[in-house]
Ligand binder design. Structure first.
Ligand code: LMR
Length: 399
């Protein structure tokens, strides 16, 4: 071989083989927003609660529980992959309305996202051929989380953005194609991104169908208490659990306790008998160990202290009421200011998916400094008495 024919270029490294990835749509909004120097920009992007001054406050109940924790905590020794069992026990009656029996078992996870990721891993472990049905439009991370566990995702209709209608019949007819052993992701209360909710009748039809067809529900409740109240938001979840033998329940404390960065979440499994639940528990322990080993403690400890201290529990409930009532009030104000969008007042929780196209969303950003997810999803809590009239007039200008 002549020296000229030798390829002396360095071999591509492992990282060179990677394809560049786009930012998740939610993080894209955050990125664009942070790089916009306009002082009066309006942030309706990522789903965090904000008060009327645009601030994401730490709840007083959380502050008090944190003070108590700092004063009384004597060790930061490891707990276990299951996390803080007393946190899970304190949260269970809020989620289920009663104490779960021995056919259900729960563990702490890093946020609701951790619960979903672990649920996906369990589904794959129990049935690698399980296909996961997800309504569209849905929460952007649901499909990615299921796919990360090598599960196939199938979308079914859920909501028509132009007419702001829940597509229950279209959904049920698409679901006719389910196979026994498939799973479905269902949000209970405060749907992200649409703010619409099944009626009780629709939940009943759906629950019966899931039982008849052997489909495992993955019930995601990330905003309990921010829609119609702690019990009302959980109605669908609780009803489904009475109708099906097996289910996975994923819960987040990020929004209703305002603990976003502290990652307090939980996963429960409901099984057909105590033995199957015990087997699931051993598998979940093993899988959590390889995903994050042990969940972070602080947020869960704070929730445990709040829920087990009557005075803090009452304070937290009243703070949750304030957040929910503010969201409901803003929905009414927006519907009054822009009658074309009056459906927002019939929706609930933190989000609505406005009937805007991508060009309109881009114009709102460029011409008015208003940020929302490119789909047209707005975080209602980003509105306040100061910016709502500005938002309403900008909306009218792009309609
Ligand atoms: C959202 O939808 O904005 C939140 O749930 C934040 C997130 O992690 O996506």
């Amino acid at each position: 071989m002549s020296p000229q024919s030798l390829d002396l270029r360095p071999a591509p490294g492992l990282m060179d083989t990677l394809a560049e990835q786009p930012l998740d749509p939610m993080l894209m909004v955050l990125h664009l927003l942070r790089n916009d120097p306009r002082p009066d920009k309006i942030d309706l992007g990522i789903g965090v609660y904000r008060d009327d001054s645009g601030h994401t406050p730490i709840l007083q109940s959380v502050k008090a529980a944190e003070r108590h924790l700092i004063e009384t905590q004597t060790s930061k020794d490891y707990l276990s992959p299951e996390g803080d069992a007393a946190f899970v026990a304190a949260l269970a009656p809020i989620v289920f309305g009663t104490e779960p029996d021995d056919t259900a078992w729960g563990m702490q996870t890093p946020g609701g996202t951790g619960a979903l990721r672990l649920a996906a891993a369990l589904l794959h472990r129990t049935n690698p051929d399980c296909r996961v049905w997800i309504g569209t439009p849905g929460y952007v991370n649901h499909a990615m989380l299921m796919q990360a566990a090598s599960l196939e995702v199938i979308e079914h209709p859920f909501f028509d953005k132009p007419t702001q209608t829940l597509l229950f019949d279209a959904m049920m007819s698409a679901l006719n194609e389910v196979r026994r052993g498939d799973a479905i992701v269902l949000q209970s209360g405060c749907h992200n991104p649409t703010g619409v909710e099944f009626s009780h009748d629709q939940w009943q039809v759906l629950a019966q169908f899931l039982n008849d067809r052997g489909v495992v529900p993955v019930l995601d409740m990330a905003y309990q208490g921010l829609g119609s109240g702690l019990d009302d938001d959980a109605w669908g979840l609780r009803h489904v659990l009475t109708q099906v033998p097996e289910a996975l329940v994923c819960v987040s404390g990020s929004k209703n306790f305002g603990l976003y960065r502290d990652r307090a979440g939980a996963l429960w499994v409901q099984g057909s008998n105590p033995n199957s639940v015990r087997r699931a528990r051993t598998n979940l322990n093993l899988m959590a160990r390889t995903l994050w080993s042990m969940p972070p403690d602080h947020g869960a400890a704070v929730v445990r202290i709040i829920l087990t201290t009557p005075q803090l529990n009452a304070l937290w409930r009243s703070e949750l009421d304030v957040m929910r009532e503010r969201l409901t009030g803003l929905r009414h104000d927006l519907a009054t200011a822009v009658p074309e969008f009056e459906t927002v007042k019939r929706q609930s929780g933190m989000f609505s998916l406005l009937p805007l196209d991508r060009d309109q969303v881009t114009r709102l950003r460029i011409e008015h400094g208003i940020y929302m997810v490119e789909s047209g999803r707005i975080n209602i809590a980003g509105l306040n008495q100061g910016n709502l009239p500005v938002f309403a007039s900008a909306l009218r200008s792009v309609l």
